[in-house]
Design a protein around this ligand. Structure first.
Ligand SMILES: Nc1ncnc2c1ncn2[C@@H]1O[C@H](COP(=O)(O)OP(=O)(O)OP(=O)(O)O)[C@@H](O)[C@H]1O
Ligand SMILES: [Mg+2]
Length: 230
């Protein structure tokens, strides 16, 4: 589904990603962890086409996508939920959702589907995005991306600063998307119990490259957290 091959990404002269390799299989949930500033967001932005690698390739659905814009990648089936939510605070929940649809208006089925995933949002369609709690805004940001039914969902720290009950809801939604729609998810996450509970495979980054990787069975909280502590 997705293969990131030996990418090198720079900000100016500083090399942020250094020969990084990562794959996401069809229908898999893959978690990426690593200390603050290690390059996790840089990785997602590069996959989405917001940053260009100097070296290396990215293959999505059997096709090398290095030359495509973020918009073209979205059309091929990538959906990106950036870190820090980035919903439109002055627009209503409904307007935020409509803006996520690739076509001018979402189909009733796609709107119903995302509201079934996040029932709390259906009570708030006319509220301003900015009036929602942080956790509700995160749910809205995810719903807005899901409305176009991406084959691969890129999620950047969806649990950051969010209360535990909503973390559980988000975990349940990601499981449902995986099981019901057989979609793939690449999740950047610092909350290790959450990551372990939903991943099929995991990666830990250090110095812009992969320091540890494995299947869910090999995910040991103590070992991973040793990489995250300073
Ligand atoms: N626009 C930018 N210009 C220059 N350097 C940047 C820019 N954005 C990020 N960086 C630097 O690149 C490195 C990687 O940043 P990145 O945001 O990818 O890390 P991260 O792993 O997502 O961190 P966090 O856990 O804090 O979200 C950091 O050292 C950061 O300071
Ligand atoms: Mg980040």
């Amino acid at each position: 589904m997705l293969a990131v091959n030996a990418i090198e990404v720079f900000y100016g002269e500083s090399r942020i990603l250094n020969h990084l390799n990562l794959t996401v299989g069809e229908g898999q949930v893959v978690c990426v962890m690593g200390r603050n500033g290690v390059g996790k967001t840089t990785l997602l932005k590069t996959i989405m086409g917001l940053l260009a690698p100097r070296q290396g390739t990215i293959v999505f659905d059997g096709r090398e996508i290095g030359g495509l814009t973020p918009y073209e990648r979205a059309r091929l089936g990538m959906g990106y939920v950036p870190q820090g939510r980035e919903i439109f605070p002055s627009l209503s929940v409904r307007e935020n959702l409509v803006l996520g649809a690739r076509r001018k208006r979402p189909t009733p089925a796609s709107l119903d589907y995302v509201l079934s995933l996040f029932p709390a949002l259906s009570q708030m369609l006319d509220k301003r995005g900015g009036d929602l709690s942080g956790g509700q805004q995160q749910q809205l940001a995810i719903a807005r991306t899901l409305i176009s039914d991406p084959k691969l969902l890129l999620l950047d720290e969806p649990t950051e600063g969010i209360q535990p009950s909503i973390v559980q809801e988000i975990a349940g939604v990601l499981q449902r998307i995986k099981q019901e729609r057989k979609r793939s998810i690449l999740l950047v996450e610092q909350y290790l119990e959450f990551a372990r509970s939903i991943c099929d495979r995991f990666y830990v980054m250090e110095k812009g490259a992969v320091a540890l990787e494995g299947d869910r069975g090999a995910f040991r909280i103590d070992e991973v957290s040793a990489f995250l502590s300073v």
